[in-house]
Design a protein around this ligand. Sequence first.
Ligand SMILES: NC(=O)c1ccc[n+]([C@@H]2O[C@H](COP(=O)([O-])OP(=O)(O)OC[C@H]3O[C@@H](n4cnc5c(N)ncnc54)[C@H](O)[C@@H]3O)[C@@H](O)[C@H]2O)c1
Length: 341
Amino acid sequence: MEKILITGGAGFIGTNLALDLVRNPGNNVIIFDNLSRPGVEKNLRFLLSHGYKNLEFIKGDIRNYKLVKEITIGAKSIFHLAAQVAVTSSVNDPIYDFQVNATGTLYLLEACRQNSRNAMFLFASTNKVYGDLSHLKIKQTSTRYKLVERPDGISENELLDFHSPYGCSKGAADQYVRDYFRIYGMKTVVFRQSCIYGPYQHGNVDQGWVVHFILQNLSCNPITIYGDGKQVRDILHVKDLIDAYKKVMRMPEQCAGKIFNIGGGTKNSFSLLELISIIEKITGKKMKYGFDNWRPGDQKVFISQNKKIKREINWRPRISGYEGIKELIKWITLHPEFYSG
Ligand SMILES: NC(=O)c1ccc[n+]([C@@H]2O[C@H](COP(=O)([O-])OP(=O)(O)OC[C@H]3O[C@@H](n4cnc5c(N)ncnc54)[C@H](O)[C@@H]3O)[C@@H](O)[C@H]2O)c1
């Protein structure tokens, strides 16, 4: 049996990953999570309800170095997803944000160096490491902003420019993960993820905007748009992300030390206003919304170029934004138990 450790494994991406990996009886999946994100306890209950023999849950905090050392013993693959995930919360409490995202990642890397040095170590980083990209020329249409000089999206060669405490803490972790390949020869991989969406996501006003918008639309509640709503994101269905994770897991030598931008790409890019129209069309309900100030570091456009990841691991997104949103709305409607109480 191969031990696979998923930190933050009860969260949105972690739950989808765990559900996929446990289907292979050769995998021994360990979920490590402190259940601090509201709603993820429902994901965990669901995961454990199947009685999978090859799935184990360990409740703990990534800031607990002693425990982190124990869980890494014998791991063949490590997916590091545990994080403080919201920019807004990072502004309110930058020290906590740093301790979880930066120190927590360093603890895990060090523990891995001592106990599972040969493991594949994938870190879920973020497009926020590129800052607000305000140096790039932008034009606007009636519904969206467009990047004039980067028509096919942002590549890994864009300058790093950490902006917001969340950007700084994830960016520091991103660089540590990369450096553990250079200095210690560990098989570390960094995924700079765009906006991921799908089932088991407990989106709220601070993070997970696609699900947040859908939930508010379905329950006829108003939302606030921070900025003018023309900001664009390339959305990626979590199933497509998991496919890329598994590809990396199967070729750790080839991916070691690499950084990949990963997102839905230009074809799956939407402005907030455009996504609202799509949700309205699918549900048949009008969205109520108002506007407020821009959030710190918010990019007017982020679209991942995806060329490097296509070239290196032959991956591309397969689920179209429209179909993915339609499927997700149906899933949410059929699974109210994940969102009630
Ligand atoms: N979802 C996205 O759009 C997106 C985009 C870019 C990057 N990411 C990154 O991907 C990773 C997973 O994101 P997600 O959307 O699944 O978020 P999530 O909030 O659903 O999952 C994160 C999990 O980490 C756990 N956690 C938080 N602090 C912890 C701690 N101190 N110790 C142990 N566990 C802790 C939470 O309880 C939660 O279950 C995060 O690192 C996030 O920064 C996500």
